[in-house]
Design a protein around this ligand. Structure first.
Ligand code: NAD
Length: 309
């Protein structure tokens, strides 16, 4: 009989007590990992913490599971979560940066406090967790342990944009950039880092306020997609069997997408500065780039098909 895919591995799953994170905690645990469920039990906007949420999930998993219920964005708590995983289970092999909050608003109505809070939870906290975990993960490799795996949960909003999500989309775009850099920084040690953009039914999908029929249909489709599909892909990516790094995968039910990443798609060489003014250069740019421009489609238009379940 072959050993379970994650036997003996130690995983830290942020936001691991609800929605997609909960499915990830269960999947990794079922595959043999020890799991620290790091979740403050906050509302969608990050308020009203409730430690009983993560405590209940850890208790239901039982053996090889524990809860960490502090607000991970508070000073020192990302580091404390990593320390807790190591103290409790003796190592840190897997990090799934999944916790996130939403505070939507059009750019012309956004409050700076909301922007800051979203960036703190959705981008600064994954950074702090990786800054705390990766020294230990590198040391473990040096002492002969199989190299660790990292998954950052992003959003198509950070890749293609979305209405009224300036803070959320910026944080997720930042997390995609962090994924690339972490993948490069850790490549020599064999530790791999990827990003996953999920689509799944959670309380966040339920909270979408549809402003028209197309949005109502998008929401209804989202509510049909179980989070377990996302968890299965993440379970593979955090396993020793995975060899991808620096990639962005999307998961919607049984559809798994590999996202392209920004590269130049067209090139113009301008005339010297004294021979071509801005307007003349602009004319060349318009002529050369016109059929290569990126449109303003949101993911509602890009993923305007029935999910496959
Ligand atoms: N649901 C979707 O379709 C969808 C789409 C795109 C991206 N995502 C991303 O997937 C991830 C999970 O989303 P979800 O829909 O399951 O959300 P959710 O709100 O159901 O779960 C998020 C969990 O994170 C925890 N959390 C938030 N801030 C925290 C903090 N500061 N400290 C500790 N815990 C904290 C919450 O308590 C909650 O349990 C997020 O990164 C989200 O941006 C989800």
């Amino acid at each position: 009989m072959t050993a379970p895919l994650l036997e003996g591995r130690v995983a830290l799953v942020t936001g691991g007590a609800r929605g997609i994170g909960h499915a990830v905690s269960r999947a990794l645990h079922a595959l043999g990992a020890s799991v620290l469920v790091a979740d403050a039990g906050v509302g969608i906007g990050g308020d009203a913490p409730d430690p009983s949420v993560a405590n209940a999930v850890a208790a239901s998993l039982g053996h090889r599971a524990a809860a960490f219920t502090a607000d991970l964005a508070s000073p020192g708590q990302a580091e404390a979560a990593v320390a807790a995983a190591r103290e409790r289970f003796g190592a840190i092999d897997v990090v799934v940066n999944n916790a996130a909050i939403l505070r939507d608003g059009f750019i012309f109505k956004t409050q700076r406090d909301d922007w800051q809070r979203v960036l703190e939870v959705n981008l600064h906290t994954p950074f702090a967790i990786l800054a705390a975990a990766t020294p230990a993960m590198r040391e473990q490799v040096k002492s002969g342990r199989a190299p660790g795996r990292i998954v950052n949960v992003i959003s198509s909003a950070g890749l293609v944009g979305n209405f009224a999500q300036s803070a959320y989309a910026s944080a997720k775009a930042g997390l995609a950039g962090l994924t690339r850099t972490v993948a490069m920084d850790l490549h020599r040690s064999g530790i791999l880092c990827n990003a996953v953009a999920p689509f799944a039914a959670t309380r966040v999908t339920e909270s979408i306020q549809a402003a028209n029929d197309a949005q109502a249909e998008y929401k209804a489709r989202g509510l049909r997609v179980p989070a377990e599909h996302v968890a299965r892909v993440i379970a593979f990516l955090v396993s020793p069997a995975n060899g991808f790094t620096g990639q962005i995968l999307g998961v919607r039910g049984r559809e798994i997408f590999l996202f392209s990443q920004a590269r130049p798609v067209a090139r113009v060489v301008s005339e010297p500065l004294d021979r071509q003014d801005a307007l003349a250069l602009g004319g060349v740019l318009e002529a050369e780039f016109a059929d290569r421009l990126t449109d303003l489609a949101t993911d509602l238009e890009l993923f305007n098909t029935e999910p496959l379940l």
